[in-house]
Ligand binder design. Structure first.
Ligand code: HEC
Length: 126
């Protein structure tokens, strides 16, 4: 009976670990998006997104697009000769998070610096 309890607990722990590892692998994050963005594995011609959009340059405003996934897939299939990703996939959602982050990363800090300067100098933009 005791052995049964111990093995049941062991199985439970291993099962929980497996679930956590699975969730971590399938969770979409901006970090994973950045890695994919720099990875040539999305395509077949040895290029990555970063070859054309260096560090996301030019995509800062793309995050608000309703057809963002379509644009990403268009670039994957046309620019990288790759296979389009499912919208719900962790890969696509990670890329979307990374691209959306490009815009928000710059805006708040840029604004803050500017309003600090405005306060210090006592000017306001009209
Ligand atoms: C061979 C060059 C090339 C590669 C590689 C490439 N793109 Fe593009 N991408 C373009 C061009 C050209 C456009 C259209 C012009 C523009 O908006 O800059 C574009 C447009 C986009 C847009 C829409 C931009 C906007 O202003 O709304 C997104 C989003 C995008 N690409 C994401 C990606 C992603 C993600 C990858 C990698 C999977 C990728 N691109 C790979 C050339 C490329």
């Amino acid at each position: 009976m005791r052995t049964f309890g111990v093995s049941a607990a062991a199985i439970l722990v291993v099962g929980m670990l497996a679930v956590v590892v699975y969730a971590m692998q399938h969770e979409a994050t901006a970090d994973k998006g950045r890695m994919l963005f720099n990875d040539t594995k999305l395509g077949t011609n040895g290029k990555s997104c970063n070859d054309c959009h260096k560090d996301g340059a030019g995509l800062e405003k793309a995050g608000v697009r309703k057809d963002l996934e379509t644009m990403v897939n268009a670039c994957i299939t046309k620019a990288l000769n790759g296979k389009s990703l499912k919208t719900s996939s962790a890969e696509m959602q990670s890329l979307v998070l990374y691209i959306k982050g490009l815009g928000s990363e710059k805006k708040p800090s840029g604004k803050k610096v500017r309003s600090d300067v405005e306060m210090a100098v006592g000017i306001s933009r009209q």
